[in-house]
Design a protein around this ligand. Structure first.
Ligand SMILES: Nc1ncnc2c1ncn2[C@@H]1O[C@H](COP(=O)(O)OP(=O)(O)O)[C@@H](O)[C@H]1O
Ligand SMILES: O=P(O)(O)OC[C@H]1O[C@](O)(COP(=O)(O)O)[C@@H](O)[C@@H]1O
Ligand SMILES: [Mg+2]
Length: 526
C-alpha cells in the first residue's frame, strides 16, 4: 500500500484540474475542471492542479472527480498531433504463425474470428478496496467520509488497428539507471514481439541515454536470434548508465538515426527523461512512439502492484537474511545485520523480513526511529540478546538518513548519495555493547550488488514477458509518453507523469507494515 504525497496527507488522493474544488479538512486545496470528453490532447492540457477547494457539499463532486480522473489518465496518442493519421489493420495475429513475408502486397494478415484484441474502451479498476472510514488501516480516501469512487485506467494489450507499418519502423531499446533482475527478459520480449508484428529494424542503444551521443558507442542490431538466451543471465545486454546527454541531443540523435519507436526501460529518472523525449518529439512533429517499462528494484513506482525484479530481489535478500540469522545464532550473543536496497522506500526490506520470518528488527525510510535512548534500537537489541541470545536486523539503505552526516553529494543523474546506515548501525552496536561491558558479536552483510545482478526468478520472468509484449502493443496502437504496469493482477497503460509524481512509499499505517511489525515483534523506536 503506497502512502500519499506528504504535502497532501495520507488519507487523500491528489487529483488534478480546475474549476471545482475539494475541501479536505487536511488544510489543502484542490481544483477540478468540468469538461466534456474532448480529444485526449485537449483533455490533458486542461488537467492541472490549481488552488481552490473541492466542495463536498456539491452533489456533483464525485462525478466531477471521476471525469477529471478519466482526463488525467487518458493516454497521449499520435493522433493528438497527426489528426489525419489513419490506422491500418494490425499485423499482430497469433493465427499467422508462419514468418511474415517481406512484401505486404496482399495486405496485412488478419483473422476475423480471432478475438485476441483489446478494445480501446476496456478499463482496469485501479483501487479495489472500499474503505468505509478514513480510520481503516491504510485507507486512501478522497473525501472525509471516504466515499467510494471508481477509478479506471486503460487496459494494456494488442489493438485491432495499428498506427505504424512494420516495414517503416525503426525500433530502439534502451536501459537506464541501475541494474535490476529481468532487464534482459524485457529486452528479449520486446524484440520477439516486434518481429511478430513484422518489424525488421530493431536496435539497442548501449549504456543508457549516453549511448545516443557518446562517440564510440554503436547501436546494436537486435533480432530474435541475438536475444534468444539473454534472459538466462542477469544484467543488461545493452549496459546501463546514469547521467548523459540533454533531451534535445537525444532527440537530435533519434532524428538522425530514424528511430520512430523508443522503448525505455528504467526507473523514475528514466521515465522523466522519456516524457521529455516524447514532448520534444511532439514539438518537432516527429511521428514517434515513446513507451516506458518501469524498472526499479526498489519498487517505488506509483499505482502498480509491483515492478519487475522486485520478487527476485526479495527472494535473494531473504538468502542474505538467512545467512545473517545463522551467523548470529551460531555466535555467542550474535547480532546479524543486513543492509538492503531502498533509496526512499523500504519495500525490499519489509518484504524480505516478512518472507524470511527471521528478522527481529526491520528499519525502513518511512518509519523514523531512534538508535539511542530508552526506546531506541540499541536498548531493544540488548533486551533481545538477554532474552534470545541472538538478534537479526534488516535495514533499508535509505532508513535513518537523518542520523548520518549529510554530504550533499549527488550521482551523475542528480540522485542524492546516501550515507551508509548499515555501517553506522554496525559501529553504534559495537560501541554500545563495549561501553556496557557486555559481549556482542556483530556480523554485517551488504548484499546490495549481488542482489541486483542476478537473473529474474520465474514470477518476474512472466511479469517481464507480459510487460515487454504490452510495451510493443502500446507503441503499435499509437500511444506515446505511456508506461505499462500490473494493476490488481491485470495489465494497464498509464500516462508516465501519473506514476512518477513522487516515489511510492510504504504507508506506516498500512496492513503490510503492521504485519511486518507483528512478525518481528519490534516496538516503536521513537
Ligand atoms: N528529470 C529528468 N529529466 C530527464 N532525464 C532524467 C531526469 N532524471 C533522470 N534522468 C535521466 O534518466 C537516466 C536514469 O536516471 P536515474 O535516476 O539514474 O535512474 P532511474 O531511472 O532508475 O531512476 C539518467 O540518464 C538521467 O540522466
Ligand atoms: O550504485 P548505483 O548503481 O548508483 O545504484 C544504487 C542505487 O540503485 C538502486 O538499487 C535503485 O536505483 P534505480 O531504481 O535508480 O536504478 C538504489 O536502491 C540504490 O541506491
Ligand atoms: Mg530512480
Amino acid at each position: 500500500m503506497e502512502s500519499l504525497s506528504p504535502a497532501i496527507g495520507r488519507n487523500f488522493t491528489p487529483p488534478a484540474a480546475k474549476s471545482f474544488s475539494i475541501s479536505t479538512g487536511g488544510g489543502f486545496r484542490l481544483n477540478f475542471l468540468r469538461t466534456n470528453l474532448a480529444p485526449a490532447s485537449r483533455r490533458r492540457r486542461v488537467s492541472v492542479y490549481a488552488e481552490a477547494q473541492i466542495d463536498f457539499s456539491d452533489p456533483e463532486w464525485k462525478n466531477k472527480y471521476q471525469e477529471d480522473f478519466e482526463l488525467r489518465f487518458s493516454l497521449p496518442h499520435l493522433t493528438d498531433i497527426f489528426k489525419d493519421l489513419k490506422p491500418i489493420p494490425s499485423t499482430f495475429c497469433l493465427k499467422m504463425r508462419t514468418p511474415v513475408s517481406e512484401e505486404f502486397a496482399g495486405g496485412y494478415p488478419s483473422d476475423e474470428k480471432w478475438h485476441g484484441y483489446i478494445n480501446n474502451n476496456d478499463r482496469v479498476l485501479l483501487k479495489v478496496i472500499r474503505y468505509s472510514s478514513p480510520t481503516s488501516a491504510g485507507a486512501q480516501c478522497i473525501d472525509p467520509d471516504c466515499t467510494w469512487v471508481e477509478q479506471w485506467v486503460h487496459r494494456a494489450g494488442p489493438r485491432e488497428n495499428i498506427y505504424f507499418r512494420p516495414e517503416d519502423v525503426k525500433a530502439a531499446i534502451i536501459t537506464c539507471g541501475g541494474l535490476c533482475p529481468g532487464l534482459n527478459d524485457v529486452i528479449r520480449q520486446i524484440v520477439i514481439t516486434l518481429e511478430i508484428y513484422g518489424v525488421k529494424n530493431i536496435v539497442g542503444i548501449p549504456f543508457g541515454y549516453r549511448g545516443f551521443t557518446d562517440r564510440g558507442l554503436k547501436e546494436m542490431p537486435l533480432t530474435r536470434k541475438v536475444v534468444q538466451n539473454i534472459h538466462l543471465s542477469g544484467g543488461s545486454l545493452l549496459g546501463v548508465s546514469r547521467g548523459g546527454p540533454s533531451v534535445r541531443e537525444i532527440v537530435d540523435s533519434m532524428e538522425e538515426r530514424g528511430i520512430n519507436m523508443l522503448f525505455v526501460l528504467g526507473g523514475n529518472g528514466t521515465h522523466a527523461g522519456a516524457v521529455a523525449i516524447h514532448d520534444e518529439c511532439r514539438k518537432r512533429r516527429m511521428k514517434v512512439a515513446v513507451v516506458g517499462v518501469p524498472k526499479t528494484i526498489d519498487n517505488d513506482i506509483l499505482l502498480m502492484d509491483k515492478t519487475f525484479g522486485f520478487d527476485t530481489a526479495v527472494e535473494e535478500a531473504q538468502r542474505a537474511i538467512n545467512s545473517a540469522y545463522i551467523e548470529a545464532h551460531s555466535a555467542y550473543r550474535g547480532v546479524g545485520l543486513v543492509k538492503l536496497m531502498g533509496r526512499s522506500s523500504g519495500f525490499i526490506a519489509m518484504h524480505a523480513s516478512l518472507s524470511s520470518g527471521q528478522v527481529d528488527i526491520c528499519l525502513i525510510p518511512e518509519a523514523p526511529f531512534h538508535i539511542h535512548g530508552p526506546h531506541g534500537v540499541l536498548r531493544h537489541l540488548e533486551y533481545l540478546l538477554e532474552k534470545k541470545g541472538a538478534a537479526v536486523l534488516c535495514v533499508a539503505e535509505g532508513a535513518g538518513q537523518i542520523l548520518l552526516q549529510k554530504t550533499n553529494a549527488t550521482d551523475a543523474s542528480g540522485n542524492t548519495v546516501l550515507g551508509d546506515i548499515g555501517v553506522h548501525i554496525q559501529q553504534e552496536v559495537k560501541k554500545y555493547f563495549k561501553e556496557l561491558g557486555k559481549p556482542a558479536d556483530v556480523k554485517y552483510i551488504d548484499p546490495t550488488y549481488m542482489i541486483r545482478a542476478i537473473r529474474a526468478n520465474a514470477s518476474d520472468g512472466i511479469l517481464c514477458t507480459v510487460l515487454g509484449q504490452n510495451a510493443v502493443h502500446g507503441a503499435f496502437a499509437g500511444f506515446s509518453g505511456i508506461t505499462v504496469g500490473i494493476c490488481n493482477t491485470h495489465y494497464a497503460y498509464f500516462p508516465i507523469p501519473e506514476v512518477i509524481k513522487y516515489p511510492r512509499l510504504i504507508d506506516p499505517n498500512s496492513r503490510m507494515w503492521h504485519r511486518c511489525l507483528t512478525s518481528t515483534g519490534q516496538p516503536d523506536f521513537i
